[in-house]
Design a protein around this ligand. Structure first.
Ligand SMILES: Nc1ncnc2c1ncn2[C@@H]1O[C@H](COP(=O)(O)OP(=O)(O)OP(=O)(O)O)[C@@H](O)[C@H]1O
Length: 474
């Protein structure tokens, strides 16, 4: 029998999150507002960041195709160190909804507005300086497929090149290999098979891999592009061009003073679930298993390294950790490392985002604590009407004719695409007059109407909060 009561339909989590997008978005906006008002998530515990490896988290912006299919942002960075994920859920009755908010602490978090240059300055610049001074540095990108690992790494590379050549580097000796399971190939030399060998002193050598010299930022960028173009990719349901391999780039920095430190950039394969793969053949499943085993081995080694004093590092457990041995656990040079976990903000990816964040923290904390809070959604109490500050220019154009019996309709044409709600709120009276063709009276009507609307929004918000508080007390 057809199900006629739509609200009781059994929906999977992801469909429910999209179907009730407005309700969840409204509730997330309220949660964010309350964090801003209270400074931070009440339950979130600030990590002591005493580990030897820094772990950073970056959330990427929504992509145009995600906006088009009704996705929204379910991640908030509520202070410098805390990233919260809003898991939008339905109760078993398939009517009532709630949000479980998970708070994770990192060395530093970056929201979707933070440009790559700023992320680079916090995360990679200290590693680059360490390598320029002759040390060993490793920067690792970890996260779900399509969450922005390669994007971030590419941005880092552009900045690294500029810094190295500005700060006395005379050349970068560049090498790039790809690792799928235990199979290693050279990405700059026709995918020649590379052997990972260990000498009697325990030093790892990549036999049959060769380097190329970059004498300028452009050279380095070209070499990196060549390497990424030769990388194994495949389409997954979450990323049209998904990296199915680990990409390891070695940048040996030759300084004029003669020191030669090294920076290793590691773009880890996306650790997507089996169901994300378009191809479901056994070879691909085997690759996924091997990818996950390499992630596990890396986690075990980094965790061992983070102990004070460091415990035995089981680097022989995977090809990946063997390759990293000289760099992360160098016996001759000082090592520094950072992990960047990238997160996709969309509700469809919530489960995987939560897994990535916890795994990234588990690289340096034996048992990472996650604080969770639950917000029950009372639909009548939610404000699902967008606030003026979030309006687009088109929404303002559509609103003008409703003011002063249509007297302001003719000025809609003066609202340029950049004049969205946030911009209009900052306009001085003279700007409103200009928008109304120099008519001072109409300019004042327009400005007063904006003020009245915002005042009404604030009043409604205060009333709603008071009602919510009263309900909670009951
Ligand atoms: N911070 C960002 N700002 C703008 N766009 C971004 C950002 N991060 C990622 N993107 C875009 O998101 C898409 C997926 O990013 P990217 O390919 O870097 O993901 P990935 O994690 O490397 O995926 P995979 O593991 O499948 O290779 C790309 O189109 C990229 O340009």
């Amino acid at each position: 029998m057809a199900d006629t009561v739509d609200t009781r339909k059994n929906l999977d989590k992801r469909t429910a999150r999209t179907r009730y997008a407005d309700i969840f978005k409204g509730a997330i906006a309220e949660l964010r507002d309350s964090y801003t008002q209270h400074g931070r998530h009440q339950e979130a515990k600030r990590s002591k960041t005493s580990h030897r490896i820094d772990v950073y988290a970056r959330v990427r912006p929504l992509l145009p195709h995600e906006v088009a299919r009704g996705e929204y942002t379910t991640i908030s960075c509520i202070d410098e160190q805390t990233m919260v994920v809003h898991d939008c859920m339905m109760h078993a009755d398939m009517i009532h909804k709630y949000i479980e908010t998970h708070a994770h602490t990192f060395t530093k978090v970056f929201n979707e507005d933070v440009p790559t240059e700023a992320v680079y300055s916090s995360v990679a610049k200290p590693l680059v300086d360490h390598a320029i001074a002759g040390g060993e540095s490793v920067c690792m990108m970890y996260g779900q497929t399509g969450s922005g690992k390669t994007h971030t790494m590419l941005g880092f590379l552009k900045n690294i090149a500029a810094d190295v050549f500005d700060e006395g580097g005379s050349a970068i000796i560049f090498k790039a290999v790809e690792l799928v399971g235990s199979k290693c190939v050279d990405l700059l030399h026709e995918r020649t098979k590379v052997l990972i060998c260990e000498d009697d002193k325990g030093e790892i050598e990549l036999v049959h891999s060769a380097s190329k010299i970059a004498a300028s930022a452009d050279d380095l960028f070209e070499l990196f592009t060549e390497a990424t173009n030769n990388r194994t990719t495949e389409a997954t349901q979450v990323n049209a061009v998904s990296s199915r391999s680990h990409l390891i780039c070695f940048l040996q920095i030759e300084s004029v003073e003669g020191s030669n430190g090294q920076l290793v950039l590691l773009d880890l394969a996306g650790s997507e679930r089996k169901e994300d793969q378009v191809t479901t053949d056994r070879a691909r499943h085997q690759e996924t298993i091997e990818t996950n085993m390499a992630h596990l081995a890396l986690k075990q080694c980094l965790l061992a390294m983070s102990q004070d004093p460091p415990s035995h590092i089981p680097y022989r457990n995977s090809a990946l950790t063997r390759i990293l041995k000289n760099h992360l656990w160098s016996t001759t040079k000082q090592s520094r490392a950072a992990v960047v976990v990238t997160a996709s903000p969309i509700p469809t990816d919530t489960e995987h985002t939560l897994t990535s964040l916890i795994h990234a923290r588990a690289m340096v904390e034996a048992a990472p604590a996650v604080s969770k809070t639950i917000k029950e959604i009372v639909e009548g109490e939610l404000n699902t009407t967008p606030l003026f500050k979030t309006w687009s220019a088109a929404q303002i154009q559509a609103w003008l004719p409703s003011l002063k019996k249509g007297a302001l309709a003719k000025y809609a044409i003066n609202i340029k695409p950049a004049y969205d709600g946030a911009a209009v709120l900052r306009f001085p009276p003279a700007r409103f007059r200009m928008l109304c063709g120099g008519n001072a009276e109409h300019g004042k009507w327009f400005s007063d109407a904006v003020k009245a609307l915002v005042a009404e929004e604030k009043k409604l918000d205060a009333e709603r909060r008071a009602r919510n508080m009263a309900m909670k007390r009951k």
